[in-house]
Write a new protein. Structure first.
Length: 419
């Protein structure tokens, strides 16, 4: 209990330091001259306007739907500056034309030079993506940034596969392929708001695999804490639980001491989930406090009211089962499910043959992996309103189920040299 208390204090101090560093990083970003971004911001506004809201990379597949609304918001916020630098940094100013969405508002102001606008704020999020967007806009427009994003994501994927081969953790190759296919790479490349969770998920998973021998319990707790912090900083509530669950399932799969010891597995699940939660909630709450203290807006009250509203538990007419169905329906693409079914069948047959040959029983850690696979159902319960209204992107939390189920079969199929 004493050690747990020390760890809690340590994590709280890390979160506090991260809040300070987060503000400093945003402040440094605003040193980038707005004039340097002007031409690329203009081209980006036109590009996004032509593409429109809710466009699809592949019209017949709902899972390829993009999020022009939020990407437009990110561009709008990254470029807009007011006369008050503190408000820009802490309240994340953006232009607003009447009741038009952020993307079209930005287009009207930048491309059509509409002077009839107001400066609006969106202070309850960190909008940490600005530390990347603002420098990039000095050199590239939105379409070019997409291409960079595609190249970088493919590089990350190939490096992850290389890491699995090099470390001998082949049991994760099929689960990763299934999960990545389910996430729909075409959309991940093309919607910037889908990217932060992907990169953080991959970075944490690669750290777990590449540095497993050097990660004791305390260091792993810090890893999940930092992942939660960075998720709160960069993400706009898309599918954040993947940055917790996917690295956690990866750890349960590659750690021999966990795969054969259920008690150890459950303990690590509890502590690592708690660390991620402290980082995520603490970092998010830190923004509300700092913004409320240093500006004239009560961001804390606004954020708390939105948490109540978006959870759906304080509003009549919201159903948990409806939320689950809407998110399932959003990813209900026949071709994807056929491929996933084939992967499950392949791993199931391998597992049966493996254990018949060796006369063994399924590894105890499989139960823990399947337990983490249920995390999406917890997320959808906590965010019923938000997840039902935005099911066109929150459905990606179900990728945790895909990865976990395939990983459970993969471990028991004897596919890893580390078995």
């Amino acid at each position: 209990m004493k050690e747990t208390g020390k760890l809690l204090v340590k994590e709280i101090l890390i979160v506090a330091a991260a809040v300070v560093l987060g503000v400093m990083a945003l402040a440094a970003t605003y040193l980038v001259p707005q004039g340097k971004m002007k031409d690329n911001a203009w081209e980006s506004a036109i590009f996004m306007h032509r593409e429109g809201l809710g466009s699809f990379m592949w019209p017949t597949m709902k899972i390829t739907q993009l999020d022009g609304y939020t990407d437009g918001l990110m561009l709008n916020t990254s470029y807009t500056e007011s006369d008050d630098g503190i408000r820009d940094i802490l309240l994340d100013t953006k232009v607003k034309v009447r009741d038009i969405n952020p993307m079209e508002s930005f287009y009207e102001v930048i491309a059509l030079e509409n002077k009839d606008y107001q400066i609006d704020t969106y202070g309850r999020y960190w909008h940490g993506y600005q530390i990347i967007w603002r420098p990039l806009l000095c050199f590239f427009h939105y379409g070019e940034i997409r291409q960079i994003n595609m190249a970088l994501q493919l590089a990350v994927v190939f490096f992850f596969l290389y890491l699995l081969f090099r470390t001998g953790h082949k049991a994760l190759i099929v689960p990763f392929f299934g999960m990545y296919l389910f996430l729909t790479p075409l959309a991940l490349f093309s919607s910037m708001q889908f990217s932060p969770c992907f990169y953080l998920m991959m970075a944490a998973s690669m750290t777990v695999i590449g540095f497993h021998d050097n990660l004791n319990d305390t260091r792993r707790n810090c890893l999940f804490l930092l992942t939660g912090i960075l998720t709160a900083y960069f993400d706009l509530l898309t599918y954040p639980f993947v940055t917790l669950a996917i690295p956690l399932i990866t750890y349960l799969t590659v750690a021999p001491e966990c795969r054969k010891n259920l008690k150890k597995c459950i303990g690590d699940i509890v502590f690592h989930t708690a660390s991620w939660g402290i980082g995520y909630v603490g970092m998010w709450g830190g923004k509300w406090i700092v913004a409320s203290v240093f500006t004239d807006e009560n961001v804390i009250m606004d954020a708390v009211s939105q948490v109540k509203f978006r959870s759906g538990h304080y509003e009549k007419g919201r159903s948990y089962l409806t939320t689950l169905w809407l998110n399932f329906d959003a990813c209900n693409t026949r071709a994807i499910w056929v491929v996933l079914a084939c992967l499950v069948l392949y791993l199931l047959v391998r597992a049966v043959l493996h254990y018949r040959k060796r006369g063994m029983k399924p590894l105890p850690g499989t139960i823990a992996i399947l337990l983490v696979s249920l995390y999406p159902f917890l997320w959808y319960y906590l965010t019923m309103h938000h997840s039902s209204d935005n099911s066109y992107f929150t459905w990606r939390e179900y990728s945790i189920c895909v990865y976990g189920i395939l990983a459970a079969f993969g471990v028991n199929a004897g596919m890893s040299e580390k078995s």
